[in-house]
Design a protein around this ligand. Structure first.
Ligand code: GLC
Length: 617
């Protein structure tokens, strides 16, 4: 016990002054700070020996998650395997997918029908009964660790469900609990907030406040009316939420996804997003995790433009999140698919590539949420492309209405006032696999599969860690059955959250099937990525001009090894007019020797060209 305490005290000592400074700046409350310190020590002492050993190991190798073997997969537990035990039974499949990090979508207690896909938590210390128990979670994380798989979960800290114990007490008029939320007995203050706070769900949940008829109060609800925003001005909220975070970390979680983090601090006359205090809270959270559970990574969910996202990494001396989503690149990728014009994407990648290499982005083609068209309209405008029209074009295109589109999908939160809308669909459906399958058009299917695989190959080349959405590895298409479920019908995001089709997954060995083709192609790429050190997340990464608007070229360099990726976003054969005259290259998929100059690339094709090592004299 003594040595364990020494480890804790040493870590506390490292961060104590800054932690106290920030806490006092925000709360000015000494006794609550003392309580926080006492309690986090308790969580440290309760942390099991295996996790403590992992902490020590990762402390010695802080770059452990920046390696080229990191590959994520996200899924809802019930959709993937029924329950927690089911996931454990499917770890073999996860390994076969070369995945070593799984994101278990929200699984904590949540009221049926008022859950927002689990993002309305009614008990942070209870697993939904249909999925299992906390013990099952611990067993699952331990089983994952044995196989070298990391486990990620959501920490929904901006709000609780209206069924959470605090919310229920607040609703009954208990002042102690009301002060943990934002309550107003008339519309005056909410009306002032509404002047500056934008809407997240303008169609499915308009406004930022909900009137509680029984209580006679308005409560702040940035998301759905049943998701009550927590008031982090109250130190009790901060302390308790930190205890919940540590409780979950102690169940063996490796990556904590901080849900909707930009929203956690509210201030009148502001947009209530990305305020300075949010960064203070995330920085404190980072220090607390480094003191109690340093093997745990913080992943920030910041779905904003790049200037707003990057500050969540903090600074090199005072880091906040370890990892963030590369959301603008994701949206720009689909813009590129629709326009066959890589210029904006190239510019976007240049912005990301110019950032410090310590910053780790999670790259993805799509996730469980909609795709918002947050593009660099300033740049598009110089080409005469106007925001509103272009969003409409992209939405039309991906719904399959515009000219030659092969995509299928649905709009999300179409705002009748602004004309704005976001988009839902699986990668495969957006690439044309759904349409080709329905029409039994083999030629179209061949093209759609090529596009799908090319997009994955390009994603693996980006700087950072790629994350697959479960089912994408076998080209699963949209699932329209959500429309029959009254709890889901109004939320089109369920279109791309379908259950894993294990019957189709049986085809992965059969190269004549769509599933087999995609799975096999991704497998090859993932193995190359794992083998070639130029794919580590802190390699030099840059783009190269190809002089063809549809062909993107990305270079990677690490410790003397260089790889160039070429990606043709058009359905026509193209030539990449690159001229890398520094030596001979070998194409990693075919093993063919090639020159990295004037490279012909078939429609929706791609190459990974590796520079051959010079023979030593
Ligand atoms: C995040 C989740 C999204 C959810 C929202 C509210 O953005 O990704 O699914 O609706 O938070 O918790």
């Amino acid at each position: 016990m003594k040595t364990a305490e020494t480890v804790f005290l040493k870590r506390l000592e490292k961060h104590h002054d800054e932690l106290r400074w920030l806490y006092m700046e925000l709360y000015g409350n000494d006794s609550m700070f003392a309580e926080l310190c006492d309690n986090i020590k308790q969580f440290y002492l309760e942390r099991n020996e295996d996790l403590k050993a992992l902490d020590l190991k990762r402390e010695k190798k802080p770059d452990w998650y920046k390696q080229n073997d990191m590959l994520g997969m996200m899924f809802y537990i019930d959709n993937f395997a029924g329950d927690m035990k089911g996931v454990e039974a499917r770890l073999g499949y996860i390994e076969k997918c070369n995945v070593n990090y799984i994101h278990l979508m929200p699984f904590l207690d949540t009221p049926e029908g008022r859950s927002d896909g689990g993002y309305a938590v009614s008990d942070f210390r209870k697993v939904q009964e249909k999925l299992g128990s906390m013990k099952d979670l611990e067993n699952l994380t331990a089983a994952c660790h044995k196989k070298g798989i990391n486990v990620c979960m959501d920490f929904v800290m901006n709000h609780t469900s209206e069924d959470h114990e605090w919310a229920r007490k607040a609703r009954q008029g208990d002042g102690e609990y009301m002060s943990r939320y934002f309550f107003f007995d008339n519309w005056y203050m909410p009306s002032l907030y509404e002047k500056t706070v934008p809407q997240v769900f303008p169609t499915t949940a308009p406004g930022n406040f909900t009137w509680l008829d029984d209580a006679g109060y308005f409560v702040m609800t940035t998301f759905y009316p049943y998701q009550w925003d927590l008031n982090y001005k109250n130190p009790r909220v901060f302390n308790e939420m930190m205890y919940n975070f540590l409780y979950l970390a102690n169940r063996g979680i490796d990556i904590i996804r901080i849900d909707a983090v930009p929203y956690i601090w509210k201030e009148l006359n502001t947009p209530c997003r990305n305020l300075q205090q949010v960064h203070t809270i995330v920085r404190m959270m980072r220090m607390i995790s480094e003191i109690v559970c340093p093997s745990v990574l913080l992943l920030g969910e910041v779905v904003m433009e790049p200037e707003k996202v990057v500050p969540y990494f903090g600074t090199v001396e005072k880091p906040e999140c370890h990892m963030l989503y590369n959301v603008t690149t994701m949206a720009t990728t689909w813009h590129t698919v629709a326009t066959r014009d890589v210029r904006l994407l190239k510019k976007q990648l240049d912005i990301v590539n110019a950032l410090p290499k310590d910053y780790v982005f999670l790259n993805y083609l799509r996730c469980h949420d909609d795709i918002g068209w947050g593009l660099d309209y300033g740049t598009l405008m110089t080409e005469g492309i106007e925001e509103r029209c272009h969003k409409k074009y992209l939405n039309d295109y991906f719904q399959g209405y515009a000219g030659d589109s092969k995509s299928r999908g649905e709009l999300y939160n179409a705002d009748p006032v602004t004309g704005d809308a976001r988009f839902c669909g699986t990668t495969a459906s957006m690439c044309g696999i759904e349409k080709a399958g329905f029409e039994q058009d083999n030629e179209a299917m061949e093209k759609a599969v090529r596009l799908d695989v090319m997009l994955h190959a390009y994603m693996f080349m980006q700087s950072g860690i790629p994350v697959l959405y479960s089912g994408d590895e076998i080209g699963q298409v949209n699932d329209y059955t959500y429309k029959e479920n009254p709890h889901k019908a109004a939320d089109s995001r369920y279109l791309h959250r379908g259950a894993m089709n294990w019957e189709l997954a049986e085809n992965i060995q059969d190269s004549n099937t769509v599933e087999g083709k995609i799975f096999y192609s991704l497998d090859r790429l993932e193995k190359i990525r794992k083998k070639e050190k130029a794919f580590v997340s802190n390699a030099d990464t840059w783009t190269i001009e190809t002089w063809d608007q549809s062909v993107l070229c990305i270079g990677r360099y690490y410790e003397g090894e260089k790889i160039i990726g070429l990606f043709n976003f058009s359905e026509f054969d193209k030539t990449a007019w690159i001229n890398e005259t520094d030596g001979d290259y070998v194409e990693l998929i075919s093993g063919r020797e090639m020159k990295a100059a004037g490279v012909n690339i078939p429609a929706y094709g791609f190459y990974y060209l590796k520079k051959k090592q010079q023979k030593s004299q």
